[in-house]
Design a protein around this ligand. Structure first.
Ligand code: ACO
Length: 327
């Protein structure tokens, strides 16, 4: 049987580090509160002039280098993002041009923090349907551009970054075993960006007030649904493959905050050694957290041939999903 196998991973984090101590000088917060409630110690911030496509391009190049794949061999590029360079066209097309993947078709996918899981699932379906052999799947965000840096409720949580994988359709047992996606649009107003769509077009005057274009979140409510959904969709992936949490070698959840991850792992009865957590270094980079974490785990040698890897994400929409793969 042919499966979509990950043959290369890459990530890129902007150089500039914004620590909790930096934030203490910007809003009424403190390092102890942020660490206790979120586990986040620092996050990366894209430089002026550095765009989502730039972060994504670097991550993609690193993934292709590891895979030993040239840009011309890529058939499909899917980018999970909610902070594209422009409302349209797709930032994936900008990346395609940057890397010179002239034979690829490219599109963006908007599923907020579930963006990479949705993108991966979508790319796998295309490959398995015969619409190409090699795909580049990317999660990239410059969330610092849509965060209100005067709002302590949200600004401490987010950061910028990108991660990418190269998928190759290969014969064998390794590769994506299954993917599972869900949405519930009734939760829209708990986590969204009100401005810049057709509903609230932002006038030049209104654009001077960050409240008109930055993200809005009711953290407490998001927290409760996130933990429940992440645990359920993770279990769904295992059940679909007649596997249990004991079989999981590495759980790579969306890195929203440490408390959500720990509560989810507890529900699933996963032990610390099975869970990959790097939210302390980068905060929540939305669609980029899972591919960044996967790349770090891979380069640390945690992913070996045959390892069972479970990825789960939850985000605005609400959207949530999981992917189970054999490394
Ligand atoms: N520094 C200091 N105090 C703060 C800060 C801050 N940065 N932010 C909020 N507070 C205060 C609040 O004002 C409140 O004060 P009050 O009691 O005087 O009113 C108090 O801390 C408690 O606020 P809560 O919102 O109840 O704090 P909570 O324990 O729920 O933690 C948090 C907030 C971290 C946002 C939590 O709700 C959470 O993690 N939610 C999930 C949100 C999330 O991860 N969103 C990302 C997108 S979705 C996803 O990726 C899963």
């Amino acid at each position: 049987m042919k499966r979509a196998r990950v043959i290369g991973t890459g990530s890129y984090l902007p150089e500039h580090i914004r620590t909790n101590f930096d934030l203490e000088k910007m809003v009424d917060t403190n390092n102890e509160w942020i660490v206790a409630r979120t586990g986040i110690e620092e996050r990366r911030i894209a430089a002026d002039g550095e765009q989502t496509s730039d972060l994504a391009t670097r991550a993609a190049e690193r993934a292709m280098e590891m895979a030993g794949v040239s840009a011309e061999e890529i058939d499909l590029i899917v980018l999970g993002t909610i902070t594209g360079d422009y409302p349209w066209p797709a930032t994936a097309c900008i990346i395609q041009n940057n890397i010179g993947a002239k034979n690829a078709y490219a599109y963006d996918l908007s599923a907020a923090c579930s963006g990479f899981v949705y993108a991966l699932s979508s790319a796998v379906d295309f490959l398995e349907a015969g619409r190409g052999k090699k795909a580049l799947v990317i999660g990239a965000e410059a969330l610092s551009r849509i965060v209100d840096w005067t709002d302590r409720n949200t600004c401490v949580l987010f950061g910028d970054g990108a991660g990418a994988v190269v998928l190759d359709l290969q014969e064998g047992d390794a590769g994506v075993l299954s993917s599972h996606m869900h949405s519930d649009g009734s939760y829209l107003e708990l986590l969204y960006q009100p401005g810049f769509g057709t509903r609230n077009q932002v006038s030049q005057e209104a654009a001077k007030d960050p409240a008109n274009y930055t993200l809005v979140m009711q953290g407490n409510e998001v927290y409760k649904v996130a933990v429940r959904s992440l645990a359920e969709v993770s279990q769904e992936a295992l059940d679909a493959n007649n596997l249990s949490t004991k079989d999981v070698d590495l759980f790579i959840p969306h890195q929203a905050n440490r408390r959500i991850l720990e509560a989810t792992a507890k529900r699933l009865k996963l032990v610390d050694e099975q869970c990959f957590i790097n939210v302390n270094k980068y905060g929540n980079t939305s669609g980029a957290t899972i591919p960044i974490a996967m790349d770090e785990a891979n380069r640390q040698g945690l992913l070996k041939d045959g390892s069972l890897v479970l990825m789960s994400a939850f985000g605005g929409g609400f959207t949530w999903g999981s992917v189970l793969l054999r490394w």
